[in-house]
Design a binder for this molecule. Structure first.
Ligand SMILES: CCCCC/C=C\C/C=C\C/C=C\C/C=C\CCCC(=O)SCCNC(=O)CCNC(=O)[C@H](O)C(C)(C)COP(=O)(O)OP(=O)(O)OC[C@H]1O[C@@H](n2cnc3c(N)ncnc32)[C@H](O)[C@@H]1OP(=O)(O)O
Length: 233
């Protein structure tokens, strides 16, 4: 995929991060293989409940029904031909890597230490236009004592359905996000964020989302959203 994509490995080459006085490679953590680190893989902070749900969706991915979405500190590596990814919308292929800042991080991947913030992995079901995120909120996302801040819940919902909307429509922006918070999410618990596209009208993509406890017994939040396509260029 992405043969016409202007984002290449060369455009991903580490650049100085002078603004932060950091090491040149600090904008993107590389693994020992020289590839950007994929954060959507198990680490020591993942609870058994998180691993169980992750393994469930890995199993469901074996026949291609679901696809695990790799996750880096930036969106950029997802757009390079070197990294297999279902985000093949032609609109995204027009993004030019060299014009995208490398001195930034995705909000949900902004913390260095494992387990303190957003631990998550997304799986896309292309035929159902559905994205699920297996998510474990860490202690630095606290709102009321012991519970995740509602803003962090909004962020994981926005990213889940945002990824789904990007898959169907290319570059989109959140125009509206409406959330009913039903039950607080305990820090360190595991939830399933389940979002899908309901319909599209021109540039508008309408989605809905539910956040369930891992055992499916507690509905934590319900949301509806409108994303609007913004053509690249
Ligand atoms: C891009 C690289 C992708 C790589 C992807 C790879 C992997 C992704 C995987 C995982 C996901 C990872 C990351 C997460 C992804 C996304 C989550 C982050 C998303 C955000 O965090 S994003 C920031 C917050 N977001 C904003 O910062 C938007 C500010 N805003 C604007 O930029 C404009 O406001 C805009 C663009 C929304 C519209 O502006 P515009 O000029 O293009 O269009 P216009 O206003 O004409 O509206 C056209 C029609 O929509 C109707 N309409 C508009 N707004 C409405 C509303 N609120 N309610 C109801 N209807 C509305 C109008 O009424 C009209 O309707 P009609 O045509 O029927 O008259």
């Amino acid at each position: 995929w992405g043969t016409s994509c202007s984002v290449t490995a060369a455009s991903l080459a580490p650049t100085p991060c002078l603004a932060h006085g950091a090491q040149p490679w600090a904008w993107l953590q590389f693994s020992q293989s020289g590839q950007p680190k994929d954060y959507a893989l198990p680490n020591a902070s993942w609870s058994q409940g998180m691993l169980n749900l992750y393994n469930e969706f890995v199993e469901k991915s074996k026949d291609g029904t679901w696809k695990r979405i790799p996750s880096y500190r930036l969106m950029l590596p997802l757009l390079t031909p070197e990294h297999p990814c279902p985000f093949t919308h032609p609109d995204l292929m027009k993004l030019e890597g060299e014009k995208m800042s490398k001195d930034t991080r995705l909000f949900l991947r902004s913390l260095d230490e494992e387990g303190l913030g957003f631990e998550y992995v997304m799986f896309l079901n292309p035929s159902e236009k559905r994205m699920v995120t297996v998510y474990q909120p860490g202690p630095y996302l606290e709102g009321h004592p012991g519970f995740a801040h509602g803003g962090s819940t909004a962020a994981i919902i926005d990213s889940t359905i945002g990824g789904c909307a990007i898959f169907v429509a290319g570059r989109v922006m959140t125009a509206n996000l409406s959330i009913d918070f039903k039950n607080p999410i305990p820090l360190g618990s595991v939830v399933l964020v389940d979002g899908k596209v309901n319909r599209m009208e021109g540039r508008k993509v309408f989605l809905s989302c539910q956040v369930w406890s891992a055992d499916g017994q507690t509905l934590h939040a319900e949301a509806t959203a409108l994303f609007i396509h913004k053509p690249v260029g």
